[in-house]
Design a protein around this ligand. Structure first.
Ligand SMILES: Nc1ncnc2c1ncn2[C@@H]1O[C@H](COP(=O)(O)OP(=O)(O)O)[C@@H](O)[C@H]1O
Ligand SMILES: O=P(O)(O)OC[C@H]1O[C@](O)(COP(=O)(O)O)[C@@H](O)[C@@H]1O
Ligand SMILES: [Mg+2]
Length: 517
């Protein structure tokens, strides 16, 4: 027997610098991570999470549905069943009871644990195709595959559900109230997946909940597809809250976009594999340069503000990297166990070396106390690649009197401005389709994404409550240490402390990062 309960989780009010209207946001019971420089938040109360409990410790963290705040909504048969392509699919519709487990490594006596609603088409839909007015907006930094998601939302709505009214919001959140919209049709988006960037344009800052919801209401929009990262999903969450407060029949769906792979719960973000692939080219160049010169040192800076996944995966894939520095693993330059000591040893043994550094690594070592933020409230980082290159040069030439040949490569924007590779394109298609099926079925206030390989609907609060980070006490980071031979800065006491801090949700796992086990 399942028990449905509404659990009241703490809620925060958030204030956006670009927004004169304070807006309700972020239902979370986790503290913000250190690196999260989002706008100030103060505690308030009232967020209602939909929790369904079942036997043997089963918990469903369900997503909101339009019928929660609008009674007596009519339903319609899903037009997919008459679709020649899809009607042949056996058991095409997802059973309403299907859920996806967050933890799949279990012991025989473990509680079943947290589940999310399985994504996919439902037998009944809450919108008539002719009455759907959808819109798509893209926010935050670029990521390979955004155009593919846009294309697949437009084409999916059209070909699966017969929806012909889709608007593109230009220039990110502020485009809702400061720009014209552009109509999107399968014809106009036909080949956009071959291009990097976003055909709609994007921006940081400018999230004004009140004006955005006014615009949604004025334009008669009833499905809002929001493609963006952690900041964007926070913005989507407050838009959803305001829409619910106004009692509007508008589905709000988030599609997680992040080159840094810093969104939790989901297995991996789209474009990540493309970025890692492109990073190989830079690492390869650094390696060729380094090994061609005496004491050649190649330094490659990669994106990763607070999460070093790109650097970690690019390092593991390349096998040419001797040292990988990420924000999660503190390091130091001088003395025993420091970077310089390791470099001296490696150069002596191999005659060359390659260092990969994530942009957020070692920020605490940079002298200047720059405390600036971008328009979204993200802390602006200093160029750690330039800094470390200079430090290395100074150390070897001035202090050790050793001539080194250092080449610094910064492919930062190159790895995110390119079109997505084939596997990411397929992934983007599944994300778009899952998003459409969810909205058509009346679900709202959710982010879509794969959890242990199955697409699921995840309540906003779960993806914005913390950032996904590399767990340096995990086996994946150990693989990096083993592959590079770089020293671990952690002493056994640090490891115990780190383990205490990063206690995985299931004690059975050696880490809670899905991509790294
Ligand atoms: N806490 C927040 N509440 C409301 N909107 C936010 C919040 N944080 C960021 N945003 C908005 O989300 C958009 C993108 O955020 P940003 O952090 O730049 O990129 P990303 O979503 O990729 O992390 C911006 O328009 C920004 O104003
Ligand atoms: O220079 P920009 O456009 O602000 O982007 C730089 C930042 O974008 C990122 O790729 C992450 O952006 P998002 O938070 O938008 O995903 C970081 O790695 C990087 O610091
Ligand atoms: Mg972000």
């Amino acid at each position: 027997m399942k028990k449905i309960s509404i659990i009241t989780a703490p809620r925060f009010r958030c204030f956006d610098p670009a927004n004169s209207h304070p807006s309700t946001s972020i239902p979370t019971n986790h503290s913000q991570s250190d690196g999260d420089a989002t706008p100030d938040m103060a505690r308030a109360s009232g967020y209602q999470a939909k929790i369904v409990t079942g036997d043997a410790g089963y918990v469903l963290e369900d997503v909101p549905h339009l019928s929660d705040h609008i009674p007596d909504l009519p339903t319609y048969p899903n037009p997919l069943q008459y679709n020649p392509a899809y009607s042949v699919v056996k058991q095409y519709f997802v059973n309403d009871d299907d859920t996806v487990a967050q933890q799949i490594v279990v012991h025989k006596n473990s509680p079943k644990g947290t589940h999310f609603r399985r994504a996919g088409p439902r037998q009944k839909v809450y919108f008539e195709s002719d009455n759907v007015q959808a819109c798509i907006v893209t926010c935050g930094g670029l990521c390979p595959g955004i155009n593919t998601v846009i294309r697949e939302i437009v084409c999916g709505l059209h070909y699966m559900y017969g929806v012909n009214k889709v608007l593109g919001i230009e220039g990110g959140y502020r485009g809702f109230y400061s720009r014209n919209t552009i109509p999107l049709t399968p014809k106009t988006v036909n080949d956009i997946h071959k291009r990097g960037g976003t055909i709609l344009g994007t921006s940081r800052g400018g999230h004004d909940t009140f004006k955005i919801v006014e615009s949604i209401q004025d334009r008669g929009i009833n499905q809002v597809y929001i493609i963006g990262g952690d900041g964007t999903q926070k913005g989507a969450s407050v838009i959803f809250e305001e829409i619910k407060r106004r009692g509007l029949k508008v589905a709000v769906v988030g599609i997680p976009k992040t080159i840094d792979n810093d969104i939790p719960v989901i297995d991996k973000s789209f474009g990540f594999d493309t970025a890692v692939e492109e990073a190989q080219r830079a690492i390869n160049a650094a390696h060729v340069e380094a090994e061609s010169f005496e004491n050649g040192v190649g330094v490659v800076k990669l994106m990763g503000r607070y999460s070093g996944f790109i650097a970690m995966y690019a390092t593991l894939a390349s096998r040419d990297v001797d040292c990988c520095l990420i924000p999660e693993s503190p390091f130091y330059l001088e003395g025993p166990g420091g970077l310089f000591e390791y470099m001296e040893k490696t150069l002596k043994e191999n005659g060359h070396m390659v260092i990969v550094i994530a942009e957020g690594a070692g920020q605490e070592l940079l002298m200047s106390s720059m405390d600036q933020q971008d328009a979204s409230g993200n802390k602006l980082l200093q160029d750690v690649g330039l800094w470390i290159s200079q430090k290395i040069k100074d150390h070897f030439t001035k202090r050790k009197n050793i001539v080194i040949n250092l080449k610094y490569i910064d492919p930062t924007y190159m790895i995110r401005a390119i079109p997505s590779i084939a596997s990411d394109n397929v992934y983007c298609t599944l994300l778009a389709h899952s998003a459409i099926h969810g909205a058509m079925a009346g679900y709202t206030g959710f982010t879509v994404g794969p959890v242990n390989g199955r697409h699921a609907y995840i309540p906003f609060y779960r993806v914005i409550e913390r950032q996904n980070k590399v767990v340096i006490t995990d086996r994946m980071w150990a693989r990096v240490l083993s592959a590079t031979n770089q020293p671990s800065v952690l002493n056994p006491r640090d490891v115990i402390e780190a383990k205490k801090e990063e206690e995985p949700e299931s004690k059975l796992l050696d880490g809670n990062n899905d991509v790294s086990n």
